[in-house]
Write a new protein. Structure first.
Length: 131
């Protein structure tokens, strides 16, 4: 087994338990998607105040929700076109929230150059998913 394969397998162990719990509780995948964006908004607030490590940890938790929502949908046989659309739209809201957190931070530091670079990155991140 490769090193990355080992890491992937190790990470999947707790994720499988989380997915199984969500399936057992019949938590709708769209709820998981929505919870993920709320957590990313908390990460954006941490970014806005310059707490990058805290923001990173919060983003990891948010991305767990982004990862498991599709897995839970498949396990529950609840995959829908709307669910795929919802996931895609909410992912963009998460991206935008994080970028806005950085823009707020950089504007409060009067770093116009960083504001412009972050705004440009936000624009390209949003455009890429729809091209």
């Amino acid at each position: 087994m490769t090193f990355t394969g080992f890491i992937g397998a190790a990470c999947m162990f707790p994720l499988r338990a989380i997915i199984a719990t969500c399936v057992a509780l019949r938590i709708h995948p769209n709820i998981l998607t929505f919870v993920g964006v709320l957590i990313n908004i908390a990460a954006a607030c941490a970014l806005a105040t310059g707490r990058f490590v805290t923001a990173g940890v919060i983003m990891i938790v948010a991305n767990i929700f982004d990862f498991i929502d599709g897995k839970v949908a498949r396990e529950l046989h609840a995959e829908t076109k709307f669910g795929g659309f919802w996931d895609s739209v909410i992912d963009r809201f998460s991206d935008i929230a994080l970028f806005i957190g950085l823009i707020y931070l950089y504007s409060s530091l009067r770093r116009t150059d960083y504001v412009m670079i972050t705004a440009l990155a936000m624009m390209f991140a949003i455009m890429t998913s729809y091209t």
